[in-house]
Design a binder for this molecule. Structure first.
Ligand SMILES: Cc1cc2nc3c(=O)[nH]c(=O)nc-3n(C[C@H](O)[C@H](O)[C@H](O)COP(=O)(O)OP(=O)(O)OC[C@H]3O[C@@H](n4cnc5c(N)ncnc54)[C@H](O)[C@@H]3O)c2cc1C
Length: 350
């Protein structure tokens, strides 16, 4: 790899901000910020090629928007909720290879071939929730959760500083957070991007999504197979995690609010949001609600995305990938992760 540039980007290992005692002990080939599906696919791909890789994620658990949570009430059994991505399909043979592997290992199952009318195209779900897919990928990787990256700097190698004052050093850096969060990190690190790249990244924007997780006393009346897309002002999607198969012991419902509701009620309190959404869904619930939680996704699905699978800087080994590239869903994120992995692999081979 050619690190010929003598320009220092952001804070560097030589800065006084990094005292000797805090210096990282080992240098890894590639640091990946973000342990969502994009980061984990790239990490798996690189590790299989014998390239050292370290994944850093700020979340308590791995997976990002592949999110699954358990909720119980008093002594009742726990409901299991997918509250980020709900299901996925596959149309690209490069993604299908991963899908087949997950099917073989029992990580995913076919849920149905369409909600309402069948179109013959499988929709898959994670057997242990969608987060289970991330956990499966992460099991053999060097992954650090609860590790928020707050500053990056480049001076012949990368130095990555975390909120809890750890430091990681790497030859290449891949950023996979939702693009506005990646830009915030670059800005906080005083990294100036070439204008065309900055412009492309600022064009990638996301919908907000408020999600309500409701534990019901009785089975819902959401029709089989347990998921329904609505053209409603308030709700766009309702899922019955019990029918789906991930919540065998409790009736666990996920409600996703429409983009307009999510914008309008973003700052409302949880009780008002839950009241409005649960009332709007009453016909499908058919049961008292025992307990609910509200989750706010500031970045859910990309509204606009970049047509190329990643962005790469030519001057320094910095790459940016994720579902804001290729297509705004799990398949798009995986294709972005594969493409950027191929590029990183080639650079190391070179
Ligand atoms: C409510 C909702 C419903 C969805 N439904 C579907 C669906 O049904 N089907 C589908 O295909 N897709 C769906 N999606 C989209 C899908 O979840 C995403 O496309 C995909 O998970 C994106 O993966 P990613 O790795 O690119 O990003 P993320 O999953 O967002 O991963 C980025 C990671 O970066 C981490 N991070 C951010 N900043 C830092 C930092 N400074 N330091 C360290 N770590 C950091 C985050 O913690 C996160 O884990 C849905 C998303 C949401 C939110």
């Amino acid at each position: 790899m050619n690190n010929s540039s003598d320009r220092v980007y952001g804070a560097s290992p030589q800065d006084s901000a990094y005292p000797m005692r805090n210096r990282p002990s080992a240098i890894t080939s590639c640091i990946i910020v973000g342990g969502g599906i994009t980061g984990l696919i790239t990490a798996t791909f690189l590790q299989r090629k014998g390239i050292n890789v370290t994944v850093l994620d700020k979340g308590k658990s791995i997976g990002g928007r592949l999110a699954t949570r358990r909720i119980s009430h008093e002594n009742s059994v726990a409901g299991v909720f997918d509250y980020g991505a709900q299901y996925f399909s596959s149309s690209d043979p490069r993604f299908q290879v991963w899908v087949d592997d997950w099917l073989k290992h029992g990580v995913i199952k076919e849920w149905c071939q369409g909600f309402g009318k069948s179109d013959g195209k499988p929709r898959y779900y994670g057997v242990n929730g969608t987060r289970g897919i991330a956990q499966h990928l992460a099991q053999d990787l060097d992954v650090h959760t609860n590790t928020k990256v707050v500053e990056i700097g480049y001076d012949s190698s990368w130095l990555v500083k975390t909120e809890d004052e750890q430091q990681f050093q790497g030859e290449m850096l891949l950023l996979t957070p939702p693009v506005p969060q990646a830009l915030d990190l670059l800005d906080a690190s005083l990294m100036v991007l070439p204008l065309d790249i900055r412009f492309s990244l600022e064009n990638i924007t996301y919908h907000r999504c408020i999600t309500v997780l409701a534990l019901l006393e009785k089975p819902s009346s959401i029709p089989a197979p347990g998921g329904i897309a609505l053209e409603d002002n308030y709700i766009t999607w309702l899922a019955d995690n019990h029918q789906k198969g991930i919540s065998p012991d409790a009736y666990a419902i996920t409600l996703q609010a429409s983009p307009s509701f999510s914008e309008d009620y973003w700052d409302s309190d949880d009780a008002e949001i839950a009241y409005k959404l649960l009332s709007a869904a009453a016909d499908y619930l058919d049961s008292p609600v025992i307990k609910y939680q509200v989750h706010r996704w500031r970045y859910s699905l990309p509204k606009t995305f970049h047509p190329e699978p990643y962005l790469a800087l030519s001057e320094i080994p910095l790459l940016i990938a994720g579902d804001g590239f290729v297509a705004p869903n799990i398949e798009g994120a995986v294709l972005s992760g594969i493409a950027v992995g191929e590029l990183i692999g080639k650079r190391f081979k070179g």
